[in-house]
Design a protein around this ligand. Structure first.
Ligand SMILES: [Zn+2]
Length: 348
């Protein structure tokens, strides 16, 4: 359950949650409704968000069909800064952190969640309603030690939203500041088509009445899904998976991954963990003709490829998508190692 009581004790001068109706919704535990109302109010009162949502309404979509699933292309010029974000240490040190509450624009209001996160609207939305969920303190993006919070957020916001995580080297445009994102539930094709994709391409790793763990390789993406109503079981599987991935990279840093966390009252959580080999494809850095400004993070893995340039939106086809995805997702032999490692550890 989210808490509101510390709100007044904290002195978030610039990030005040000053919509009383949303405040009372939040206090009653209706976190998703409170967030929805926050977005509604902010959309009218914060010009940057108003512009962002209007420009989203004008975005163009194209669909590319694969066997059993589809990938959507979204032409979204408003995302150019995020797609091109420089996330190397030097560039990060030289810029002001846009997720630190002291740097948020005065119009940007937020909800303080569980004493340590803010729920704020993303003024460059991909989803009809798009939130950033930054920690109130400035420290590096990492899922280790914070996975539980992803579960809490996804449960509390589940009425309207799913919650997302991009690894620090795998799509997060602020790798120096811990944050999640939330966006309209079932907007991503992988959420809508999950059962079909799992049926066609999934392999059971563990399946009993309490939990289902599945490895899915649909030809474009390789992911592990964890479905359960029991948070402790989910955390256990995630930690085993994380350990295996870390063995694989053999470095003391976070393995590249993207996560979608959804929750339904009847069946509990569904966590989708996309396993990656790297963030940006070589075409991102290529010259002229073969260059494509595509910087895949969790939304792209989920089946909505964000393209800020019209030329890429027009040119991207099935063949190039196959090439790019296979370059940035974890290789098949490594994926097999992860699946069998997970199976062994879960059996014992
Ligand atoms: Zn920061």
């Amino acid at each position: 359950m989210a808490s509101y009581k510390h709100y007044k004790e904290e002195n978030f001068n610039k990030v005040l949650f000053d919509y009383p109706e949303a405040g009372s919704l939040f206090k009653s535990g209706a976190v998703a409704d409170a967030a929805k109302l926050l977005f509604e109010k902010q959309k009218h009162e914060w010009p940057l968000l108003k512009k962002g949502t209007q420009s989203l309404a004008d975005t163009k979509f194209r669909e590319i069909n694969f066997n059993g699933f589809k990938i959507k292309l979204q032409y979204n010029p408003n995302r150019i800064t995020s797609t091109q974000a420089k996330t190397d240490n030097k560039s990060i040190k030289e810029r002001e952190c846009f997720l630190c509450y002291s740097n948020l624009p005065p119009e940007q209001k937020g909800i303080l969640y569980e004493h340590e996160y803010l729920i704020v609207c993303n003024p460059f939305p991909i989803f009809d309603e798009h939130f950033t969920l930054p920690n109130i303190n400035h420290f590096p993006q990492a899922i280790k030690g914070h996975f539980r919070k992803l579960l809490n957020f996804s449960k509390d916001l589940s009425k309207h939203y799913s919650v997302f995580y991009n690894g620090p080297k795998c799509g997060a445009s602020a790798p120096d500041h811990l944050h999640f994102q939330a966006g309209s539930k079932n907007f991503l094709p992988v959420e809508q088509g999950f059962e079909t994709i799992k049926g066609l391409y999934g392999e059971d790793i563990l399946s009993n009445i309490n939990i289902e763990v599945t490895g899915v390789n649909d030809g474009l993406r390789r992911f592990i899904s964890i479905e359960s109503i029991n948070d402790k079981l989910i955390i256990n599987v995630f930690e085993l998976l994380y350990g295996l991935l870390q063995n694989l990279i053999n470095r003391n840093e976070e393995p590249p991954l993207n996560i979608i966390a959804g929750y339904e009252e009847e069946r509990g959580w569904r966590i989708i963990i996309f396993l990656r080999s790297k963030h940006r494809p070589s075409r991102f850095f290529a010259r002229e003709d073969s260059n494509i400004l595509f910087s895949p993070g969790v939304v792209d893995m989920g089946g909505v490829c964000i393209l800020p340039r019209e030329k890429d939106f027009k040119n991207l086809n099935k063949e190039i998508l196959n090439e790019i995805f296979n370059e940035v997702v974890l290789g098949k032999e490594y994926f097999d190692y992860i699946k069998s490692g997970l199976r062994k550890r879960l059996d014992s």
